[in-house]
Design a protein around this ligand. Structure first.
Ligand SMILES: CC(C)(COP(=O)(O)OP(=O)(O)OC[C@H]1O[C@@H](n2cnc3c(N)ncnc32)[C@H](O)[C@@H]1OP(=O)(O)O)[C@@H](O)C(=O)NCCC(=O)NCCS
Length: 257
């Protein structure tokens, strides 16, 4: 079924790997992949990682086909010098799409927009806060904020910051070539998030609409969406088992700017 997606929309698709455990389904996922994708997927050492890779490829291919007249196995991708996947299919409906992907051990999230840059990031927070990572890489104001919190809040807040920072560098498409201390998120006010960028990044913070959500109590999800002519965006979220079924879910933003 085709889905309408206009410039004011952001669609979020969540695929929990445990929902897609059946072998037959994975055979269908493999059938959608290019030989290069199959080879890349087969290189993962653990079956859990190979399975997540198949879910990811099937998710991207089957979902993008909802927005453009292209069959799932006909999507062709290239990657920029920074590793960001780009759509090669020349059809205007395909070229006007932007998407970004993120995966953690048990969850894959895909964000899709029309003509607006988008970055999304999720993590599984059960591994605990990595405060030494924050000290080394985050902006000084973010570290100060983290250390001032009672210890029981460190993990959740660390991952809120981590996912927001990742969503920003992914929306920019430049990965870790943007130093993580050159932009800072302010999470001091409950329900709010604001971004500050150093002038040398030449990227005014007002360019970005931000949301922070929790897919489950263990899975923070951050979204960074280019405002363009649309100051805000309408978010729709669906939980999906690629090629099998989906349902709309209510993902309330825990923070927004
Ligand atoms: C590659 C990077 C953009 C994201 O990596 P990540 O957080 O480990 O992985 P995620 O699962 O969130 O995202 C991976 C997906 O991002 C996409 N991606 C890759 N390079 C990208 C780029 N330059 N810009 C946007 N998206 C990119 C790809 O679709 C990739 O999935 P795929 O390989 O299955 O197609 C980069 O930021 C990175 O290497 N991060 C390492 C993590 C880290 O050290 N973070 C510091 C704490 S803030």
């Amino acid at each position: 079924m085709t889905l309408a997606l206009d410039r004011s929309d952001v669609h979020l698709w969540l695929a929990f790997c445990a929902d897609a455990g059946r072998e037959l389904l994975h055979e269908r996922y493999r059938a959608l992949m290019t030989p290069e994708e199959r080879a890349r997927g087969d290189r993962f050492y653990f079956e859990q990682d190979r399975a997540r890779y198949r879910v990811t490829r099937a998710l991207v291919r089957s979902v993008l086909s909802r927005y453009a007249p292209i069959a799932p196995h006909d999507w062709r991708f290239d990657a920029t010098a920074y590793g960001q996947p780009v759509i090669l299919n020349p059809e205007p409906e395909a070229q006007s799409l932007s998407f970004n992907l993120t995966h953690t051990s048990d969850l894959v999230v895909l964000a899709v927009t029309r003509q607006r840059a988008v970055g999304v990031d999720t993590e599984n927070i059960t591994r605990g806060a990595l405060l030494d990572v924050a000290d080394r890489f985050f902006a000084p104001s973010e570290c100060e904020h983290l250390w001032a919190l009672p210890a029981e809040h460190h993990t959740a807040r660390f991952f809120e910051l981590w996912t927001l920072k990742e969503s920003y560098i992914k929306a920019r498409g430049m990965g870790l070539s943007i130093p993580l201390h050159k932009f800072a998120f302010d999470l001091r006010e409950p329900g709010a998030v604001s971004l500050e960028t150093l002038p040398e990044l030449q990227d005014p913070a007002e360019r970005w609409a931000l949301r922070h959500l929790w897919a489950t109590p263990e899975h923070p999800v951050a979204l960074c969406v280019e405002r363009g002519e649309q100051p805000e965006f309408d978010l729709t979220a669906r939980r999906i088992v690629p090629l099998e079924g989906e349902q709309a879910i209510d993902l309330l933003a825990s923070r927004r700017n």
